[in-house]
Write a protein that binds this ligand. Structure first.
Ligand code: HEC
Ligand code: HEC
Length: 443
């Protein structure tokens, strides 16, 4: 009897708890309908946020580009309250800046088509900046909109270009495509006040400008402010090509020399290269032998008063990984050359040993010694792990300008293939080399 009662009491309790739980969940459901797929919703929200950050966020770096080195003054020119001749749209396009056609009002679009927009007047550049139409650059204007008071830069400056749909360098944005026309060094060298760099590098103004002007189009030296090595032993610039920033999902180490994963580098660049305001930590940069400048300046542990970067890293990372490489060219049944090239890539030519399809880098730890790929160690030695990262090969045709490998030492894909054939001793015939190149062009 007692025993039975106990069971009954327990059952009542369960029913009570059960129905309370039911009421509660019904109530929650009524208040905020559960999305059908919270993960997909989150992914979409992150991509939307990340895109905005990638394209438009300066992370407060106008304090550097405008307020400190005063680049905006050179852009505006003396007539418009700055210094010097100013930067006309013609000059801006000549140093590789791109214009986002989707930010332009119809009047300017038709003016550009008709050739009635004055491309020689810096005032036009300022007008484009106030429309947020210059890819990767934001102008900060006086309240009346007349005076350019500061300027900042974004990721998109180097990592986006346009499809030239309206005119050369004017079109829809192509995020993740390397801007190989952009002459970062020449742009920075326009800045009237480079004292922050002369102090950091311990070099005079003329030397710093010579270094900046030595980079050339499509290149930037992200390690200069760490080790101060502006030139290689052979006298060439130490700058490297802007790599594509698409197709990075699944790729382990990022950058030519494998500094870290994509989110590592995003934080690195936003803090140390763009000079945004944030937090950055990497003890490896405290090594005064390898990174004398960084160690002295404390770049291994940066803590800005207000952090405008850290809260954006997740969405930025998400967006970066979501940017697909341009679609590969489908190899048709009758594309005999590309088919033979593919077989060579995966076989005799030994490429797939490192460039594992379809990532075209190694799943796992994708770093190699300079000796393993038959090139010098200058750039490798400027990174903590002293290696070269197996470059993911998708979309090679989007970044032919400036050549291939980190410094563009091989002007064409054929030159790359010749190098490997020679170095790996694979003994490819001339026809086989052509086939291999044909395959690389489809990736
Ligand atoms: C001034 C030009 C410039 C700007 C601005 C810039 N980058 Fe880069 N980026 C480069 C260069 C050059 C490299 C190659 C660096 C190296 O390997 O030493 C690079 C490398 C990368 C890579 C590695 C790609 C790979 O192949 O693994 C990623 C990811 C990246 N940048 C993301 C960003 C993000 C995100 C921002 C904005 C926070 C940004 N970059 C801003 C020039 C730039
Ligand atoms: C031992 C590993 C390894 C092998 C084998 C190898 N590669 Fe590479 N590859 C690399 C690394 C590492 C890089 C990056 C070099 C640099 O940073 O300068 C690279 C770069 C490249 C690039 C330049 C990509 C760019 O964005 O500029 C191409 C093209 C390329 N390899 C094609 C090939 C082909 C074709 C083969 C076969 C004939 C091959 N690779 C064999 C490791 C390898």
């Amino acid at each position: 009897m007692r025993h039975k009662n106990r069971i009954a009491a327990g059952a009542v309790l369960i029913i009570a708890v059960g129905s309370a739980g039911l009421t509660l969940s019904r109530r929650v459901a009524a208040q905020s309908p559960q999305p059908a797929d919270p993960i997909a919703d989150n992914a979409q929200a992150m991509v939307n946020d990340g895109r905005k950050i990638f394209r438009f966020d300066t992370f407060g770096d106008e304090a550097y580009w405008g307020d400190t080195i005063k680049l905006h003054q050179a852009v505006a020119g003396a007539k418009l309250g700055g210094v010097g001749p100013g930067v006309s749209p013609k000059t801006a396009l000549a140093v590789g800046l791109k214009v986002d056609v989707d930010a332009l009002p119809p009047a300017i679009v038709s003016g550009l088509k008709a050739g009635t927009v004055d491309l020689t007047d810096p005032a036009t550049t300022l007008a484009l900046m106030s429309l947020n139409a210059v890819v990767g650059i934001t102008g900060f204007f006086s309240p009346d909109g007349k005076q350019l008071q500061s300027m900042g830069v974004q990721c998109a400056l180097c990592h986006s270009t346009v499809d030239d749909s309206l005119a050369p360098s004017v079109g829809h944005r192509l995020d993740g495509w390397a801007n190989r026309d952009l002459n970062v060094g020449a742009i920075v060298a326009l800045a009237p006040d480079l004292s922050v760099l002369t102090k950091l590098l311990g070099a005079d103004d003329a030397t710093v400008r010579t270094v900046l002007n030595s980079w050339g189009p499509g290149k930037f030296d992200a390690e200069l402010l760490l080790d101060g090595k502006a030139f290689r032993p052979d006298g060439q610039s130490g700058a490297v090509l802007i790599p594509p920033a698409f197709g990075l999902a699944g790729v382990n180490l990022g950058t030519w020399t494998g500094y870290g994963q994509t989110t590592y580098w995003n934080a690195f660049v936003a803090n140390l290269e763009m000079h945004g305001k944030g937090t950055f930590f990497d003890e490896r940069l405290n090594d005064a032998t390898q990174f004398p400048i960084a160690a002295k300046a404390g770049f291994g542990n940066v803590r800005a008063d207000s952090d405008l970067i850290t809260s954006k890293l997740a969405a930025l990372h998400f967006y970066q990984l979501a940017i697909p490489a341009p679609p590969s060219v489908e190899i048709g049944v009758f594309s005999f050359t590309a088919r033979r090239g593919q077989a060579l890539f995966n076989g005799k030519a030994k490429c797939a040993a490192c460039h594992v399809p379809p990532l075209f880098t190694e799943p796992g730890y994708n770093l190699h010694t300079p000796q393993e790929i038959g090139i010098d160690d200058f750039q490798a030695n400027r990174s903590p792990a002293k290696g070269y990262r197996t470059a993911p090969l998708r979309g090679l045709l989007t970044h032919q300008k400036g050549g291939f490998f980190h410094d563009g030492r091989f002007p064409t894909l054929r030159a790359v293939v010749d190098h490997y054939d020679d170095f790996l001793g694979t003994g490819l015939t001339d026809d086989e080399k052509n086939d291999l190149v044909e395959y690389l062009r489809t990736l």
